[in-house]
Design a protein around this ligand. Structure first.
Ligand SMILES: [Zn+2]
Length: 440
């Protein structure tokens, strides 16, 4: 164990990060009270506001326009004096968002996935990466991970790079990185064997490849000795979680992040929402007009202020996801507030053939309570007509009736001709993320 955790310190040294230090710091700070964390955020916010006023042209001009000085923004209520920032505003004023002293923060270039239109390129301070990894390990620690434990990482093309640098990176992390691109009956046994052979204590993966592996294991009565699983990047549905937990005989903890806004959140042992990494980011929920902050537990647009990104700061950034937040105390004792709902993503809105626009989570709600539907995908044709592809579990005979009921219900309610077909040749994004809504 000691050897493996010291490998992470070598990794920190090579990548100029301080993730290990942040991790131990975050393990402690998560048990501060909500009020203490709130005050910590305010102190960080004051520093950030001073920084942007003096070194970021966009914010200097904006604050002058609103007749604001750094002293006018002392806490999170004052933050409402600044307008919401959208991707469009960033694109139109791109260079003026970069701090004039950005080089001193050891900046790293990043790019968004681009599913909400053209990808957005941006910079983060090195410290943001340190916090991100410290925070991810803290989330893994809920299920028992200790720094340096062997982890099986199941990923798409983007993480399966086989040059020597990434091999060293995986070695120092003590990861067994396994490709899940084009997962099928022929190579799935190899993935299973590899996880078994490498004695991984934990699996970190997207939910859908894990679901395939879980079904394969259940069907063939295969077992693995895994301590716990952490899923990320895609929506984790309750029926999928149940199948995965049954097959692996361990708990699944979900992790949810939005890198461009600095959001990191995780499920604790009580699975009651997602604890936000308050030490790094202020999350707010605002209404659809992007004017008013909404009270606790109301669903709206997630707006983020990354308190650690000094290279290219985004303040009150609308990340494109929707949710609700509570700061009610969690049974686990962590003071970190929680996302109670992560609702349909803005990008998943669909325009129906009749011109009506609906939230994609409409379909999620209709399908997720049908036990026989393992996976579904809503496909929109160029003509705007929509249909659903589904994969059903094998031993459910009642599924035909259930599907007919959904077809009728949706057709009537949305006043469209809606069909469901049994076809699991699902469309996938280039990084193998499962997409619940695709446009042909
Ligand atoms: Zn908790």
């Amino acid at each position: 164990m000691k050897i493996h955790s010291s490998k992470l310190q070598v990794l920190d040294f090579l990548t100029h990060r301080s993730s290990t230090n942040q991790y131990y710091h975050l393990l402690h700070s998560q048990y501060l009270s909500y009020d203490e964390l709130y005050h910590l955020q305010n102190a960080k916010l004051q520093n950030l506001i001073k920084h942007v006023y003096h070194t970021v042209e966009y914010y200097h001009t904006l604050m002058d326009k609103y007749k604001l000085k750094p002293r006018d923004i002392q806490n999170q209520s004052d933050l409402e004096k600044l307008p919401i920032l959208t991707k469009e505003i960033i694109k139109q004023n791109y260079l003026s968002f970069i701090s004039s002293i950005y080089q001193s923060f050891n900046p790293v270039k990043k790019i968004t996935g681009g599913s909400t239109g053209a990808p957005l390129q941006y910079y983060i301070s090195k410290n943001v990466e340190s916090y991100a990894w410290g925070s991810i390990w803290r989330a893994w620690n809920v299920g028992g991970y200790e720094p340096g434990d062997r982890v099986a990482v199941l990923g798409g093309d983007s993480i399966i790079k086989r040059n020597y640098k990434t091999k060293i990176y995986y070695f120092l992390n003590n990861w067994n990185v396994l490709p899940i691109t084009k997962l099928n009956e022929n190579n799935i046994f190899y993935i299973y064997e590899e996880i078994k052979r490498s004695s991984c204590k934990m699996i970190y993966a997207y939910p859908t490849p894990l679901l395939f592996l879980a079904q394969f294991m259940l069907k063939n009565e295969l077992k693995l000795q895994i301590n716990h699983i952490v899923t990320t990047s895609e929506m984790l549905f309750p029926n999928h979680r149940a199948i995965i937990e049954k097959a692996f005989n361990c708990k699944v903890y979900d992790f949810y992040g939005a890198n461009d806004g600095g959001l990191l959140s995780f499920q604790c042992e009580y699975f009651d929402g997602y604890h936000l990494c308050m030490e790094k980011c202020i999350a707010e929920i605002v209404d659809d007009e992007l004017q008013k902050r909404l009270p606790a537990n109301e669903v709206g647009n997630i707006v983020l202020t990354d308190l650690e990104n000094y290279a290219m700061p985004f303040i009150r950034y609308q990340v494109g996801d929707r949710g609700a937040i509570t700061n009610a105390t969690c049974k686990c004792g962590r003071g970190l507030n929680r996302l109670t709902t992560i609702a349909g993503r803005v990008k998943d809105f669909i325009e129906l053939p009749n011109g009506k626009i609906i939230d994609g989570s409409y379909f999620t709600k209709r399908f997720r309570n049908v036990p026989s539907v393992l996976l579904f995908q809503i496909v929109q044709k160029p003509t705007k007509d929509i249909y659903a592809k589904v994969r059903l579990s094998e031993n459910e005979k009642s599924s035909t009736i259930a599907l007919e009921n959904i077809e009728k219900f949706i057709s009537d309610e949305l006043k469209i001709n809606f069909k469901i077909i049994r076809d699991d040749s699902f469309h996938r994004s280039t990084n193998q993320k499962f997409q619940y809504i695709v446009k042909e």
